[in-house]
Design a protein around this ligand. Sequence first.
Ligand code: AHN
Ligand code: ZN
Length: 338
Amino acid sequence: MKQVGNFFILMLFIAGVLFSISCNSCQSKKGTLVMEPYRQVSPDFNADSAYVFVAKQVGFGPRVPGSTAHKACGDYLVSKLSEFGAQVTEQKAEIIHYDGRDLYIRNIIGSYHPEKERRVLLFAHWDTRPFADEEPDAGSQYQPIAGADDGASGVGVLLEIARSLHHDPVERGVDIIFFDMEDWGQPSFETDWVQGEWWCRGSQYWSEQPHVENYKAEYGILLDMVGSANATFLKEGYSKQYAPAVLEKVWSIAAKLGYGNYFQSKNGGYITDDHLLVNRHHRAPSINIINLRTDSHTGFVQHWHTHRDDMRNIDRNSLKVVGQTVMELIYSEPVKID
Ligand code: AHN
Ligand code: ZN
């Protein structure tokens, strides 16, 4: 009798396990359990094309505000966004720098369905740092960096998404913003610290004076340093603070697509970056997809703000996982993120 009782309990247990598995993305077909693979809804993100967009920007030379390379690259970005069917708005503004110099910001905005209320905001910075203050060799610290990863990678991925939006439009409005002058923070080799917020000038300006009055988007995604091999996107502090639902949604999509090695569930530090201004001014709850390292003293990649930040560090796989993840989010509408 005791054995029969145990057997009964065992059967109940097995039935319970099978039931809970079958309710959890598995299907029971004639007694066998079959995993349902996740079916991607977005068009394939073309990483070769994104790579070419990165290389093209780097080919202009360092995109330091005020330089001819900066002007030429800006014109190129405007022409690509127009070619890909976006309505392009340029924001030009004069600002004062920490050293008292007058500088000009050029934010470049590409809008899809500008009339729509429900919007998504995607952004990256397109300028490059005028210094290489993480170079060990002091002599070369005054030379501007190539900025393949730091700048061009995020812009390259967003240009490829723009190309895709042209071919396969989405219902919702999308704004792609290339912010200027993110990277002209006061260099670490200067000893007289000037009090002020010298990073992220383009996003500061836009967040205070957006191209459309009272601009709001449902969510925002910043791509920063997304191009190097084996990138690790940790959960950045301000993203978690201001936009936890967006962060979790993006990480869960990445996991479904099989990109869990890149989008890790570890927490990263708080990074002063363009998303902070967008968040502070309540333009959109925004996250930063940024390669954060636990194995370097800066918390960023080894080539960060050095002359090694060039095309040798750009890896198509990293561009692919980021591009596909963002595309999957914006193409799987209607998305409700609250
Ligand atoms: C600071 O180090 C203050 N911010 C990092 C943001 C950044 C710089 N991203 C690219 N370059
Ligand atoms: Zn930088």
